[in-house]
Ligand binder design. Structure first.
Ligand code: CTP
Ligand code: MG
Length: 231
């Protein structure tokens, strides 16, 4: 397969607070987005990379990344789903559009080359099957009523926590996103679209360090990770 990469950075980072969109915040001295770009560029030196950003963030974006990454940019939409669609459309409009796409949240700067290789290896074996990294749930799960009283213990067999990057055949996920854009449902990850269409998606072992920066406390966790593992 040939690979293109969509990096989603067009959210508002409301839950993380701090007034500055989280992709442009620094963690361990480097911006979150620059870390993500370094991760992918050092993994693959020439695949097309498109950053989906918010129209208001153009100068922040320029100030936040090293200039020699050879990347494309496009603007996002109000929901993550719309931002993904913009990124996919961009990749498919390239003269040499890639056969497959990795869709990654800028908010996950701690993904590793091992993880990217595991995802790619699965794609190579089964090019029509989507692939996502995910981690089996280990906590005991409880369902409650609206008063906070437990109604049931939910069996956790077969339950996983999904991560990104999620990888797909570009034309397949683009078609599904085009169709989803005309429907009322909102999808919080991209594998859901294949699932709903009855198309296969395989899980590869996720990485516990591949945390998503959602709340301010996740930035603290990220700083701890960097101190423990180095830059
Ligand atoms: N994202 C995006 N476009 C949107 C919404 C989200 O590109 N309209 C991106 C975010 O930039 C982030 C990823 O999708 O990298 C995952 O979303 P989330 O963690 O929810 O980030 P935000 O939407 O920015 O944060 P919040 O929901 O707290 O506002
Ligand atoms: Mg969000």
């Amino acid at each position: 397969p040939t690979i293109g990469i969509v990096i989603l950075a067009a959210g508002r980072g409301t839950r993380a607070g701090q007034g500055c969109q989280k992709a442009y915040r620094r963690i361990g001295g480097d911006t979150v987005l620059n870390r993500v770009l370094k991760l992918f560029r050092s993994w693959n030196t020439h695949c097309p990379i498109v950053i989906v950003h918010h129209a208001d963030d153009t100068s922040l974006l320029e100030a936040s990344i090293d200039c020699d990454f050879n990347i494309h940019t496009t603007t996002g939409g109000v929901e993550r789903q719309a931002s993904v669609l913009h990124g996919l459309r961009f990749l498919s409009s390239l003269p040499k559009s890639p056969s497959h796409v990795f869709i990654h949240d800028a908010a996950r700067p701690f993904a590793s080359h091992t993880l990217l290789n595991d995802v790619l290896e699965s794609l190579i074996k089964e090019p029509l099957t989507g692939v996502i990294p995910a981690i089996a749930v280990s906590d005991t799960l409880k369902r409650t009523d609206s008063n906070g009283l437990i109604k049931a213990t939910v069996p956790r067999d077969g339950l996983f926590r999904a991560q990104t990057p999620q990888a797909f055949k570009l034309q397949t996920i683009l078609n599904l996103h085009e169709r989803a854009a005309t429907s009322a449902s909102l999808y919080t990850d991209d594998a859901s679209l294949l699932e709903e269409a009855g198309l296969p998606v395989r899980i590869v072992q996720g990485d516990s360090q591949n945390i998503k920066l959602t709340y301010s406390s996740d930035f603290e966790e990220g700083e701890r990770l960097l101190r423990a593992t180095g830059p």
